[in-house]
Design a protein around this ligand. Structure first.
Ligand SMILES: [Fe+2]
Ligand SMILES: [Fe+2]
Length: 271
């Protein structure tokens, strides 16, 4: 395990930054100077700085998992357009990292967050074939994580009242729609080549990714105290999360025979 590192971000500037800005021109046009932290109670601002730092870190973890998925897809000789689609997501997630970090900066600065750079996501065993490695990453990251986050972010964008926060969340949600669809497109392509052993492994991967996500929900649900600055009120978040997980994650996995109901010793949060 690598030494824990502070989660810090930087921009090199100059020609590289200008090229990056040209790739995502809409980010600069967001109303960055409209968020005034002095307009909110100090406790809410502190919570918001923490919330948006963690959001940037989650996007960072997804960027790392996207990069690993691209590598596995290339090793599996996946169709070129499938590889290209997933490669595009790496830039999207990098943009989401920057969006969330800039909101934290506008609120007064990011919160201190330490992390293990070697444990950004769960790596599939190298004993598995490239196709099964790709499938395991796709099931965890896209069929569970990204599929779950699409309706959650759409609802959060609708509920946000501040123009910058609404614009940032809506901008992220716009990209996430394609990310959410990707997992199912991959499975439609790879399905016939996944044997019973691979499917059993993918069922375990799906069940453990769902359990990990559910275990994190209580912690990631915002508080009901004071105004919300980019999160849903707690009860609304948890109720929506339960519905989304059942109808949009579990049901399509079950329909593909990839969630067989075995608990694998994991305790579901929403039995
Ligand atoms: Fe993202
Ligand atoms: Fe995404």
């Amino acid at each position: 395990m690598a030494a824990e590192a502070l989660f810090e971000l930087s921009i090199l500037g100059g020609a590289l930054e200008r090229r990056w800005r040209r790739q995502r021109p809409d980010i600069e046009r967001l109303p960055w100077d409209t968020l005034d932290p002095a307009a909110y109670p100090p406790g809410t601002v502190l919570r918001a700085r923490r919330f948006w730092t963690v959001a940037a870190f989650q996007e960072y973890r997804t960027a790392a998992a996207c990069a690993a998925t691209v590598e596995a897809l290339i090793a599996a000789r996946a169709p070129i357009d499938l590889v290209a689609e997933c490669s595009r997501f790496l830039l999207d997630e990098t943009a989401h990292v920057e969006l969330c970090a800039r909101v934290a900066a506008a609120l007064g600065g990011g919160a201190a967050l330490r992390h293990d750079p070697d444990a950004l996501f769960l790596r599939p065993s190298l004993d598995l074939s490239p196709l099964v490695r790709a499938a395991e990453l796709v099931v965890r990251v896209f069929c569970v994580g990204e599929t779950f986050s699409v309706p959650m972010q759409r609802a959060t964008a609708r509920a946000a009242t501040h123009p910058l926060l609404r614009a940032v969340i809506a901008r992220i949600a716009k990209d996430e729609a394609a990310h959410g669809a990707f997992g199912w497109t991959f499975l439609d392509w790879a399905g016939a080549d996944l044997d019973d052993a691979a499917r059993a492994g993918l069922s375990r991967a799906a069940a453990s990714a769902i359990a990990a996500l559910e275990a994190s929900l209580e912690g990631s649900a915002g508080s009901d105290e004071g105004p919300t600055l980019g999160w849903l009120p707690r009860d609304q978040y948890l109720t929506l999360a339960r519905t989304v997980m059942e109808e949009q994650v579990r049901a399509p996995l079950r329909a593909r025979g990839l969630l067989d109901g075995t608990s694998y010793g994991l305790r579901p949060l929403f039995p």
